[in-house]
Write a new protein. Structure first.
Length: 442
């Protein structure tokens, strides 16, 4: 069944993947080094009464948990993406998409019905092939001690995710195929044009439609009138006028972990949101530091900047996707029995191409996001310096408390940060807060 050349190729790819995994997943040195300082540990900070923060640190127990959480969010997500490419390749190589196309074309006459049936079926097949790696991730987390593995809960969660993913895939693949059939040469441009209003609408309507579906938000002044007016004063000191009608409190679904606040919306829906968990975890001045960071996003127009950035990046991604899809089709189309990009059998190839470019441009969008987060931190430190003499320490304490609650791992691999993280590591943020000079040295 396998020729020696294929076996050699599989062996080489496996060696590269194992090497990459060993490099990405290594961190025991840092974990053990930190565990050795157990004797010096001064206690968790969530009582809000603790000494000056000099660096971001976790108790040995939380450090172990944070390591597991870091592995599942960082290196495992990279492995999952690489595995996804493997799944698309497997479908093309075994010609499963060709069998599906032949079956659907024989069974139904109109393309509309063919797409309506085939896309959810294809989506289910991919979902099924992705399940083993999700299963492995959960087993690993349970084995490493961050909870017990519940196979029934995992299967139900996986099915619920599929029920969300299937309609989204149906709509987006339908739009993609429709454009490809309209114009073989310009479909990438039309696809990009339609992406712009959808993206803008998503940002504009998110606080009105999407967020209320997930959790409940209240005007900030409703339960925290004093804090809302304090925040208004802090914003004024930074030269920003933000009315209380643009400040909200969100009831968090999770008891632990972020987000602790965010800036959202566009134009008339622009606002800052503080999660109710932040009120539980932080002292008043630490809470002001977190809110000042969100004010930074608001004052520096980060949402609109992110919108413009993602619009430009999507143009590049979609155009490169178009070029790569055509190249793959010319090179292997005959072997994979694909008639053209508008063929249903080309679906895994198109999915592979767009997932691939989404994956390779992740460091670009994450680097830009980390830059914006850093600018919001700088803004927070600047306006906090107007209100408190030890503002750097207050901001560092807020990061320490939230880092502990969210189990942020203190020693992430630089490559994992570069590729997967949209916020700077907590340790870097604490260091920046402590070194920040309000006189303008930074
Ligand atoms: Zn932020």
């Amino acid at each position: 069944m396998f020729d020696p050349c294929m076996l050699k190729r599989i062996a080489t790819i496996s060696c590269v993947l194992v090497g990459l995994s060993l490099w990405l997943f290594q961190a025991p040195k840092a974990v053990h080094a930190s565990i050795r300082i157990e004797g010096e540990w001064l206690g968790d900070t969530q009582g809000q009464q603790f000494g000056p923060v000099t660096e971001y640190r976790l108790s040995p127990e939380k450090l172990k948990k944070s390591y597991v959480s870091y592995l599942t969010r960082g290196p495992f997500s990279v492995v999952l993406d690489v595995y996804l490419f493997g799944v698309f390749y497997l479908i093309l190589w075994r010609r499963w998409s060709v069998s599906c196309r032949d079956w659907i074309e024989e069974s139904f006459e109109t393309r509309f019905v063919q797409g309506l049936v085939l896309i959810p079926v294809a989506c289910f097949l991919v979902w099924l092939l992705l399940a083993p790696i999700g299963y492995l991730e959960q087993c690993f987390a349970a084995w490493a001690g961050s909870g017990s593995f519940d196979p029934i809960g995992f299967s139900l969660g996986w099915m619920v995710m599929f029920l969300f993913a299937a309609p989204l895939s149906l709509v987006s693949l339908w739009i993609l195929y429709w454009f490809i059939r309209r114009s073989q040469r310009r479909w990438w441009f039309y696809l990009w044009l339609i992406f712009i209003p959808i993206n803008a609408l998503e940002i504009y309507a998110s606080p009105l439609i999407i967020e209320p579906l997930i959790s409940r938000s209240l005007p900030l002044a409703e339960r925290h009138a004093d804090f809302a007016s304090q925040l208004e004063d802090v914003a004024l000191k930074g030269g920003l006028q933000i009315p209380p009608s643009r400040m909200y409190e969100m009831i968090a679904l999770k008891k632990q972990g972020g987000p602790y606040g965010y800036a959202t919306g566009l134009g008339s829906t622009r606002r800052i949101v503080i999660m109710d968990t932040s009120f539980r975890l932080l002292s008043n001045s630490q809470l002001l530091a977190v809110a000042a960071h969100e004010l930074g996003h608001y004052a520096l127009h980060h949402r609109i900047k992110q919108f413009l950035f993602s619009t430009l990046l999507s143009l590049l991604t979609i155009y490169l996707g178009y070029r790569l899809a055509n190249w793959l089709l010319r090179r292997w189309g005959e072997r994979w029995e694909i008639r053209g990009l508008d063929d249903w059998a080309a679906m895994p190839l198109l999915c592979f191409v767009f997932c691939f470019f989404w994956f390779v441009t992740m460091p670009i969008s994450n680097t830009y996001s980390r830059y914006l987060e850093h600018e919001a931190d700088r803004y927070a430190l600047k306006i906090m310096a107007e209100t408190a003499p030890n503002s750097g320490q207050i901001v560092a304490q807020a990061f320490q408390v939230l880092g502990e609650d969210g189990l942020d791992y203190p020693f992430p691999n630089k490559f994992v940060v570069f590729w997967t993280m949209d916020h700077p590591p907590t340790g870097d943020r604490v260091r920046f807060a402590l070194l920040y000079n309000p006189a303008g040295a930074h």
